[in-house]
Design a protein. Structure first.
Length: 248
């Protein structure tokens, strides 16, 4: 069973079609880069994948759960880091992550261990008892990633996780994502969908690339085949988006 199934997904905002009949599947343990120019419909698609935005048409299943028929189970199966992390700046880091465990349905007896594991994976141990609003932007992104993984979901959706960060912070968050996406000791690997404008992140982390342009899927191929022969992902991105704009 695929970790993510998207069938004929569309979203209209009034007379504007932001996402147009998009279909794809993501296998369990696969790491997919979800790319596109500004305004292509990436964030709208991410929000529909995670159940935060209802589609106008089509279906989404997360770990076998339909986001319309089984919204609670679908949301519990996904960890979502939006472009602006959903943080409460007046809360302390550990208290906030613990609060998320309750929302995500982690059993009470497992919450302490889940919080400690998430804080450790995201390098937040030293700031666990600091108020979120006093942290740097890089650390706030770490807290955002911690809330996305604290319930150990089978699927992670990360929407522009390094936007607005300085080069050092970008490298730190990129390394965190690589660690999260890496196979575990038991062989399990979380399914990750990563939306970003930084193509080197995709080249470093992802197995496959899905490119959306003007709301429609324009490309869906393994990264290795796209970059065969020495082509860069930037070249592929430019060629595909230019080709679509040149088409009548």
């Amino acid at each position: 069973m695929p970790a993510i199934e998207v069938q004929n997904l569309s979203k209209d905002f009034g007379s504007v079609r932001a996402v147009d009949d998009v279909s794809f599947e993501v296998a369990q343990g696969e790491v997919v880069g979800f790319l596109g120019p500004n305004g292509a419909g990436k964030t709208t698609t991410m929000r529909m994948l995670t159940g935060y935005l209802p589609p106008s048409d089509g279906r989404v299943r997360i770990a076998g759960h339909d986001t319309f028929d089984e919204p609670l189970l679908a949301r519990q199966a996904v960890g979502y880091l939006p472009e602006t992390p959903p943080l409460y700046p007046e809360m302390k880091v550990a208290a906030y992550v613990r609060y998320v465990t309750a929302i995500k349905g982690v059993p009470r007896s497992q919450r302490r261990a889940a919080v400690e594991r998430a804080l450790a994976r995201c390098g937040l141990g030293e700031v666990a008892h600091r108020v979120i609003g006093t942290l740097s932007k890089g650390y706030r992104h770490r807290v955002g990633l911690a809330q996305a993984i604290v319930h150990d979901p089978p699927v992670l959706v990360l929407d522009e996780p390094t936007v607005g960060l300085d080069p050092i912070q970008i490298q730190e968050i990129r390394q965190l994502i690589q660690e999260v996406a890496a196979p575990r000791e038991d062989g399990r690997r979380q399914t990750v969908v990563l939306s970003t404008h930084i193509l080197t992140e995709v080249e470093a982390i992802c197995d496959r690339v899905i490119l959306i342009d003007r709301g429609a899927k324009a490309l869906d191929e393994p990264l290795a085949s796209l970059t065969a022969g020495g082509r860069s992902l930037e070249d592929v991105f430019t060629q595909v988006t230019f080709r679509d704009r040149a088409a009548p």
